[in-house]
Design a protein around this ligand. Structure first.
Ligand code: NI
Length: 158
């Protein structure tokens, strides 16, 4: 496994649409392992492949010590609403208030190409939306009216 470099704000790859994965081979498995290790190193909740410079529809998420590997994910259903601070490993130190669905069901393939569904609420729902957005070239800042000031962050208890 290896730590990959996370691309940051200003890199055009963050605005690009990632391509469907068709090969469920060792290369993909190495990418998934590396993405998880990279995300953990930076205390992240989720990471999309274009954040490590690859235009592939690959996401890793870790919430409540549970790891989700999502290949070619598709949002099937959303419901409810949650509003809260959101950040991104490609925008270090920046947080904004983003409203997301509170419950989300996603269909995806696992690392061997087997389809499965995941339903998440709260933070997991937020991460599922944030990461599938990445694959479509959308970053959280699009939804924020401003980036929180240090004072505003402090008031949120961060
Ligand atoms: Ni992000």
């Amino acid at each position: 496994m290896a730590i990959r470099t996370i691309v940051t704000e200003g890199d055009p790859i963050l605005g690009k649409t990632c391509r469907e994965v068709t090969a469920f081979d060792e290369r993909l498995h190495t990418l998934l392992d590396d993405m998880l290790q990279t995300m953990r190193k930076h205390d992240g909740v989720g990471l999309a492949a274009n954040q490590v410079g690859l235009l592939k529809r690959v996401v890793v998420i870790e919430v409540d010590h549970k790891v989700y590997e999502l290949i070619n994910p598709e949002v099937l259903k959303t419901s409810g609403e949650q509003t809260g601070a959101e950040g991104c490993l490609s925008f270090p130190g920046q947080y904004g208030i983003v409203t997301r669905p509170n419950k989300v069901t996603v269909r995806a393939l696992d690392r061997n190409g087997k389809p499965y569904k995941v339903t998440g609420e709260g933070l997991l729902a937020r991460a599922l939306m944030h990461e599938t957005d990445h694959l479509n070239g959308i970053v959280f800042k699009r939804y924020c009216d401003h980036i929180l000031t240090p004072e505003e962050l402090e008031n949120l208890g961060r």
